[in-house]
Design a protein. Structure first.
Length: 491
């Protein structure tokens, strides 16, 4: 029997699964961690102590608990939050903590500078989209402007999954899907680095080699085998963004399918039949040949809910506290006088790309309760996702929505999403979603004849109700006007 390992390094935890060639989970393990936020809008993690150490620990636990012979593990595949930025020196030592993906909004000035210098049309014509807080280039430039010692000692820049691949194999790689985060340096249409604007960012020799997401980049080297407990020579995949792995495990596999990941932030991937140019989303090549996507994401989902817990529930995150809030929210009927939340607590990514956006609760009165505020928060998260869905539909069709991540465990949020977006939502039965998606990709690449769809089981379907349809439409209109009418007040 052949076995496969999939490991995902997420914002708040690392998860791993060991599966057999039929997709059956033999063992799984997870480790919780935190994000560092040294300043407002800055989010970082330690590439060695968090990412690599947890990757190694999970590998060892999976092998030990499964009792599988390590020589029967054919492929190790992985994913991580993306795009993140890791700076290495000439000796491949990490120079600073890794800068995280779009929730990190430190580089707003650099976004504007590069957009003005390179030109919006040039960025879209090569990268398919404008620069945003999701982009790597402005964050590289931020380090150059604010941490010159780090920048001057940098000799290689890797992504989160690229760093794991390096530690396993000694190779510098980046897959063509994740490379969409390198607008200004990467041409998504030609799948190659471009030198036209690198003088404003960083020399191209500091960037890794581009590879297909569905390829084997090499084998585990001696050092990687010692650290992980894997056999030397075990095939290694280049690693992909966690959302791409989620898309596989959620069952989003065909044109028009949309994967909706509800985690610390939300992220979505819609499969298309061609590459698009857009100033609102992130088009990209996907995992297999002639497969394309439009992607996007909000900055606020689970992070906003945790903020609410810390603020109104004395920081208690026990399951019983979630149940308490759920009951309080359900005790109040939605009406025209219910408060509305614009949940831009950490700025917003798509479709507005505004790192300076702020959150608000509108229409508060003395009679409003904590439960009504919680309902407003979840409703606001649903509106922010609907905003993206409406804008994506102007570009391409959306036929089915497959949801995944911690947010699917919140029945109130899921009900609001279905009702507000007036769409059915499908949920698979895998709780280690990204890690399972990694394993599925490994199985498919090792045995191209298998069908990933055969491994997916839909556990739950949520269908929209029409009870409050007109009320939601009116409140959604107010939600959109609140942002546009108050944004100038923040200047």
């Amino acid at each position: 029997m052949n076995y496969f390992i999939g490991i995902d390094i997420g914002s708040q935890s690392s998860k791993g699964v060991l599966v057999d060639e039929y997709g059956q989970v033999i063992s799984k393990h997870s480790i919780s961690h935190t994000m560092d936020s040294p300043k407002l809008g800055h989010f970082e993690q330690d590439a060695d102590k968090t990412w690599w150490q947890e990757f190694c620990d999970i590998c060892k636990v999976l092998i030990k608990e499964s009792k599988v012979d390590k020589n029967d593990i054919k492929v190790v595949s992985h994913s991580a939050t993306s795009p993140c930025v890791v700076f290495l020196d000439a000796h491949n030592k990490v120079l600073r903590k890794a800068i995280l993906y779009g929730i990190d909004t430190r580089a707003s000035k650099e976004i504007q500078y590069l957009t003005d210098t390179i030109g919006l049309d040039n960025l879209i014509n090569t990268g398919g989209c404008p620069l945003s807080s999701q982009s790597v280039a402005p964050k590289i430039l931020w380090v150059k402007n604010n941490e010159p010692e780090v920048f001057n000692n940098t000799r290689k820049i890797l992504s989160s999954n690229g760093y794991i691949t390096y530690k396993l194999t000694g190779l510098y790689t980046l897959n063509n899907y994740d490379a969409v985060g390198y607008t200004g340096l990467f041409d998504i249409f030609k799948k190659e680095w471009i030198d036209a604007y690198s003088e404003h960012i960083i020399p191209l020799q500091y960037l890794p080699n581009l590879v297909s997401p569905s390829s084997f980049v090499g084998g585990v080297n001696k050092a990687g085998a010692i650290d992980t407990g894997l056999s030397e020579g075990t095939l290694v995949m280049p690693g992909i963004a966690d959302a791409a792995a989620d898309s596989l495990s959620a069952g989003s596999l065909e044109k028009g399918d949309m994967m909706l990941m509800l985690g610390t932030s939300s992220f979505f991937i819609v499969l298309t039949d061609k590459l698009y140019k857009t100033n609102k989303f992130w088009p990209s090549n996907f995992l297999f040949d002639n497969q394309y996507v439009v992607t996007g994401g909000t900055s606020n989902c689970g992070s906003a809910i945790v903020w609410f817990m810390n603020t109104f529930m004395n920081g208690c995150l026990e399951e019983s506290v979630y149940d308490t809030l759920l009951n309080e929210a359900r005790a109040n009927n939605l009406s025209t006088s219910s408060p509305i939340c614009v949940p831009y607590f950490a700025g917003e990514r798509t479709p507005i790309h505004d790192t300076g956006a702020k959150a608000m609760f509108f229409g508060l009165a003395l009679g409003h309760s904590r439960g009504q505020l919680y309902n407003a928060l979840l409703e606001g998260i649903a509106y922010s996702i609907k905003y993206n869905i409406d804008e994506i539909k102007k570009i391409t069709s959306i036929n089915n929505i497959y949801a995944i991540g911690g947010g699917v465990k919140n029945p109130l949020l899921m009900g609001l999403l279905s009702d507000i977006c007036q769409t059915s939502i499908y949920i698979s039965d895998m709780d280690a979603s990204s890690a399972f998606g990694d394993a599925l990709l490994a199985i498919k690449c090792y045995n191209p004849d298998v069908s990933i769809k055969d491994f997916i089981k839909i556990e739950k379907q949520i269908h929209p109700k029409n009870d409050n349809k007109k009320l939601f439409e009116k409140r959604y209109d107010t939600f959109q006007k609140l942002y546009t009418s108050t944004r100038g007040l923040l200047e």
